[in-house]
Design a protein around this ligand. Structure first.
Ligand code: PLP
Length: 452
């Protein structure tokens, strides 16, 4: 830090302050974690300075042997940990991994029949006329993804994201009574809509997804099954999600982030079957710039950690802790979407406390508990104010907290939310954004949060 302070002290201060926040507050954001020192150090070094467009052994720059080593190791560990045929470690983030996957599926669908018809093997041999014909044949592609308010992600075909502009999108949701995925409704939509890609995976669904059924539906309608396991990759790596609930044997293509439950550096990754491998490997330069070699080094280190037996115990503890947290909240009368959890996250419907998600998020932050507001299914408050709070256990489990602490944290959350009310907006009238919480309650909870 002193080296940084000598150049720009405000950056050094922000780093130090972030460390204090992460130590003193309870980090309950379901997509965050604490990477190990080995992962952090693998990122902060000279590999950062190297350009290496291309793939292992086929670069557009000279002097890439050390980048080749780390990229090959990241891919090898990923194949081993997840049992995948092929792994691509370059995506800079989860969004990038999804973009690579979309283009890989599109190019596979466009090129394979096109190449065969044109009697050529190389895509570069296609003429402009071939391309025009292929675009006419395969244009206006359709994607079927989980709706945002049921827990899907922006990149699964929603308007503010490029996926919603590239694809003609339709959503599947959850059963309004149970909050659970309704596979038969999904099957009916798929039969009628006939998408090119079915996207499974979520940011805020607290239950398991049966990927065997998803693949069956995709096969029935001739779609490619893509699973975005960004949130639960750590549970797959740790062998907590197996059989029908492990996406890798069932999906044609799987994308992930590496920084959530997987506990690696910020970044993305794509796993796929052999048929898609060559298309995925064109991610750079198709949609990615030069890879981040230092981050690929950290991915290799994180995946080596995930291959150890301790990681399996960690992943199981993440799920056990989420269940304990859910039970602690239910005992205190909280309303949970789907009534509980089977994975690493819990979605509290804070309308039961008379609050919007925005008010609850702010009151919890005042009390040293970091969460994020989130839509609940059919949310009357929309995606900005929301009616939910999403919490998850990957980070606190890394810090070694267990079931007893989860019950206590459920009590702290309930104390804060029960003690919070909606406040007037500056222009008058009750606001969806403002809240009142007694300062003594906030201080008392924050003190306990910091001790934990
Ligand atoms: N996919 C899912 C399911 C996610 O939850 C997220 C992140 O929140 C992403 C993709 C995007 O990841 P990133 O922020 O690394 O682009």
């Amino acid at each position: 830090l002193e080296v940084i302070r000598g150049v720009e002290p405000r950056v050094a201060d922000a780093i130090a302050a972030e460390l204090t926040d992460q130590r003193e507050m309870l980090k309950l954001i379901a997509s965050e974690n604490y990477a190990s020192p080995a992962v952090l150090l693998a990122m902060g070094n000279w590999l950062s300075d190297k350009y290496a467009e291309g793939t292992v052994g086929r670069r557009f720059y000279a002097g890439c042997r050390n980048v080749d080593t780390v990229e090959a190791l990241a891919a090898e560990h990923a194949r081993n940990v997840f049992g995948a045929a092929h792994a691509y470690a370059q995506p800079h983030s989860g969004i990038d991994a999804n973009l690579v996957a979309f283009w890989a599926v599109l190019s596979q669908r466009v090129e394979t029949p096109g190449l065969a018809r044109a009697g050529v093997r190389q895509v570069n041999d296609l003429t402009e006329q071939d391309w025009a014909q292929l675009r006419a044949e395969f244009g206006n592609q359709r994607m079927l993804g989980m709706s945002l308010d049921a827990g899907g992600h922006l990149t699964h075909g929603f308007r503010p994201n490029i996926s919603g502009k590239m694809f003609d999108q339709r959503s599947y949701g959850t059963d309004p009574q149970t909050g659970l995925l309704d596979y038969e409704a999904l099957r009916a939509t798929a039969r009628e809509f006939r998408p090119l890609i079915i996207v499974a995976g979520y940011s805020a669904y607290p239950r398991l997804v049966n990927f065997r059924i998803m693949r069956e539906i995709a096969d029935e309608v001739g779609a490619t099954l893509m699973v975005d396991m960004a949130h639960f990759a750590g549970l797959v790596a740790g062998k907590v999600l197996t059989g029908d609930f492990d996406p890798v044997p069932h999906a044609n293509i799987v994308t992930t982030t590496t920084h959530k439950s997987l506990r690696g550096p910020r970044g993305g990754m794509v796993l796929c079957d052999d048929a898609l491998a060559e298309h995925v490997d064109r991610g750079c330069p198709m949609v990615l710039g030069g890879p981040l070699p230092h981050v690929m080094a950290a991915k290799a280190v994180a995946l080596a950690e995930a291959a150890r037996p301790e990681f399996g115990s960690y992943a199981q503890a993440v799920v056990d802790n989420a269940r304990a947290l859910a039970e602690g909240l239910l005992t205190r009368g909280a309303k949970l979407v789907t009534g509980g959890t089977d994975n690493h996250l819990v979605l509290i419907d804070v309308s039961g406390y008379g609050l919007t998600g925005r008010q609850a998020e702010a009151a919890l932050l005042d009390s040293g508990i970091v969460t994020n507001r989130n839509s609940v299914p059919q949310d009357p408050n929309g995606a900005w104010y929301t009616s939910g709070i999403r919490i998850g256990t990957p980070a606190l489990t890394t810090r070694g907290l267990g079931a007893a602490e989860m019950d206590e944290i459920a009590g702290l959350i309930d104390t804060v939310l029960s003690g919070t009310t909606a406040a007037a907006a500056p222009k008058g009238g009750l606001s969806k954004a403002h809240h009142v919480l007694d300062a003594a309650v906030a201080d008392q909870v924050a003190k306990r949060a910091s001790d934990l």
